[in-house]
Design a protein around this ligand. Sequence first.
Ligand code: AMP
Length: 369
Amino acid sequence: MLIEKGKWIAVLGGGQLGKMLCESAKRQGYKTMVLEPSKAACAALEADLHLAKPYDDKESLVYIAKNSSVVTYEFENVPSESIDILEENGGYIPQGRRPLYISQHRFREKSSINNLGIKTAEFRAVTDKESLKKAVEEIGYPSILKTSMGGYDGKGQWVLRNKEDFEKAVAELSDREYILEQMVDFQCELSCIAVKSTDGSVGVFPVVENIHKNGILHITIAPARISEEVQEKVKEITKKIIEGLNFVGPLAIEYFYGKDGEIYVNEMAPRPHNSAHYTMDGCDKSQFDLQIEGICGKHLEDPKLIKKSVMLNILGQDVERIEKAELRANEKLYMYGKGEAKTDRKMGHLNITGENLEELIKRAEELAK
Ligand code: AMP
């Protein structure tokens, strides 16, 4: 369905991703409403209407269903009952609940990728000591135990290198689902985001390289410093996944490029992604532009990299320093307007664009010190 300018787009979730989505929607001529319980939600700074209610608040969801032309989301933990209420009341949510159902759960996520004939690290479901013991026997060390649901930025993960780590992990097991995953010996971490429109067309962004610090994304390098052949292969896999799973909307996929030359999917998210913030300055269209275009039924093509870019995440502990730094013309700072600058909280990002990737990386590291 083609959604015309002037119509209302509703966004479930009102963090920085929602804020940047609303900003793009506004630039494209739409009005935006956001459902986000926190009164201090940063998306409220951009949205035309902020419904400060829980994600499953029936009254707000009925209001959204009746007063918006299309609904999208900016985080993967939207309760599935919320989607039910929207649909029962005539709301149009083209992405539906399947991308959430699959990406919310690591076992389902990896199985659905393997079913398309695409590689992930080997993994086993774990629920208790017995199943963990069996999984370690089959996968071996080093491996990583991850909670199947609810972990992010490396939280809910235990690295197992020996029997001692195994015993420690056993002591921490609680009554929930986990997976044990083989540790991939990687050359680098990559990601690629694609968006599928409701008209069936797909736009795939360039492949980027990600460097994490303490489990949190530190910098993104665009394009990734790998051969064009491998970049093309990662783009093809990304397209195969979004089409194979029959998703609509954005799908960000994180990969390991193994020392063995293989490409392994790590995880995916059906929403805008931190590693694609560089697209706001480095590409002819941003990830937010494409998500809005996709849910509004426009025809999509692969966005182009117009400038080499490095994105630096600004965490709570970096705010004071970055605000004092003398930024150059090729450096654009995005602060999200969040409240307290807590340690490790994502407060903003800086996009640095130019010609020489190594110099951009050096400058990002300088500003990060
Ligand atoms: P995740 O939350 O699954 O994205 O994991 C956070 C980070 O932990 C990744 O970006 C990797 O740096 C590391 N990691 C997670 N799983 C693996 C794995 N199977 N092999 C190697 N490193 C991993």
